[in-house]
Design a binder for this molecule. Structure first.
Ligand SMILES: *Cc1c(COP(=O)(O)O)cnc(C)c1O
Length: 441
């Protein structure tokens, strides 16, 4: 059954399929996990998206995080226009890059230096190379369900789109590339201790999402981050905290800046999403003695034609400057209002669920027990999520099209947007429990 009110999107998808695999440029956009027709967006304003059929949605994807101020925020728009007015890309250094780096260094205490790149994938790939170059070791530890971009060595038991598709791994990644990758269950200190007991001398780094968001939101259990810090330090390995999703979203300094959240200072961090303000800008950074191993000062090579692009850095800088204490209070309020309303409605209907948090980032898992790791996340009722998702969509609320994702809010989500979400909940919860609740093909 075709989705009602999606004929222009369906036509575009058909055209797109001719020239692009699956019709999309990033797999999760294809709606494979929930079925139906992905909506092609024509414009965004504040918390609203308008698709090519003229339907208007409250946006709970927010570009998977970057649109923390809402779409077309006036300050960001002005900064982008001004930067574009001065030139698009120079291939030389420019001032915006310095200003953005200064803003990041000022916000995240342990970050003494950063190198700008264009995507989160590049950031984690480069951080990993740097850790290996710095330590002279080759093995790396990652956790099942943590997604660090589509870096070959890290595409083992990754979350996000791969969680959605249930692919244990990606084709095209040679065994040799992941042979040095040790995958452990998240929140499992004994597993981490055992890995270090066996391979301690060969481990270059442990990479972790600061608080995983790509298997849904699964915060570190008390003591887990501290154990990671202790074991890496004792064995001469580095700790890399991937804050591409949490960075500048959970707090002004990301997950690291959340009160009581951090019990171990990472050596390296990776950033993306929010810091690009919707443009391709990302970064990795940390201790100066490690960062100095990068070319041109050191022997670890890393480069990029568009790295530190003047328009992208202007957007990122304007976005970070908009990330004030007031903004974070607003995000908390919006997120809690939405999550509380959803939880209340689900409880009334007796639908098993649990809401998990990392700052204002949250997920609703359709399962009645806490989710501590990827195995737990996979035990949720994804079919229930699909029915819920489609009902919300029909009622003008665009959730991430997968049960393995956070719901992202912005500072622009006002009362009208929040009311539209809350009014949609009763029917969406009924859709979960309705015996004839079928997912559109
Ligand atoms: C999104 C994400 C990445 C990848 O960033 P891209 O810009 O999509 O390459 C890496 N790590 C985490 C934690 C992410 O959420």
């Amino acid at each position: 059954m075709p989705d009602p009110n999606a004929s222009a999107s369906a036509a575009l998808l058909e055209r797109a399929r001719q020239v692009t695999p699956g019709g999309v440029n990033s797999p999760v956009r294809a709606f494979r996990a929930v079925g139906g027709t992905p909506r092609f967006m024509a414009s965004g304003q504040g918390p609203w998206l308008t698709d090519v059929d003229g339907n208007r949605y409250v946006d709970l994807i927010c570009s998977w995080g970057p649109m923390i101020l809402g779409h077309r925020h006036p300050d960001v728009l002005a900064a982008v226009r001004d930067a574009a007015d001065h030139g698009f890309s120079f291939g030389t250094p420019s001032e915006n890059e310095v200003a953005l780096a200064e803003e990041i260094v000022a916000r995240v205490k342990p970050v003494e230096q950063v190198r700008l790149v264009s995507s989160g994938t590049e950031a984690t790939m480069s951080a990993l190379r740097l850790a290996r170059g710095f330590t002279g070791r080759s093995k790396v530890v990652k956790f099942a369900g943590c997604y660090h971009g589509h870096v070959d060595a890290l595409l083992a038991a990754a979350g996000s789109g791969l969680a959605t598709f249930g692919l244990p791994d990606s084709a095209g990644v040679p065994g040799a590339t992941t042979a040095d990758t040790i995958v452990l269950p998240y929140n499992d200190i004994p597993a981490l201790e055992a890995a270090f007991a066996e391979h301690g001398e060969q481990i270059a780094a442990v990479i972790t999402e600061a608080s995983p968001g790509n298997m849904g939101v699964v915060p570190p259990a008390p003591g887990f981050t501290a154990a990671m810090r202790r074991l890496t330090r004792d064995h001469g390995a580095l700790m890399i905290s991937d804050e591409v999703m949490t960075g500048f979203r959970c707090s002004a300094a990301g997950w690291f800046g959340l009160e009581g959240a951090q019990d171990g200072t990472p050596d390296l961090f990776t950033f993306g999403k929010v810091m690009g303000g919707g443009f391709p800008a990302a970064a990795f950074g940390g201790r100066a003695d490690i960062m100095s191993r990068l070319a041109p000062d050191g022997p670890v090579y890393q480069a990029g034609t568009l790295s530190g692009n003047p328009v992208a850095t202007a957007a990122g800088l304007a976005t970070l400057r908009g990330c004030t204490p007031d903004l974070y209070s607003r995000l908390d309020l919006v997120a809690h209002t939405i999550a509380d309303a959803a939880s209340e409605e689900l409880s009334k209907a007796g639908v098993p669920h649990v809401v998990q948090w990392a700052g204002s980032m949250f997920s609703v898992f359709f399962r009645d027990e806490l989710v501590l790791n990827y195995e737990d996340a996979k035990a949720q009722d994804t079919a229930a999520f699909g029915r819920f998702f489609h009902s919300m969509l029909q009622q003008g609320v665009h959730l991430p099209p997968s049960a393995y994702e956070a719901w992202f809010v912005s500072g622009s989500h006002d009362d009208e947007a929040i009311d539209q979400i809350i009014s949609a909940l009763p029917a969406a919860v009924r859709a979960i429990t309705a015996s004839d609740g079928t997912i559109p093909a």
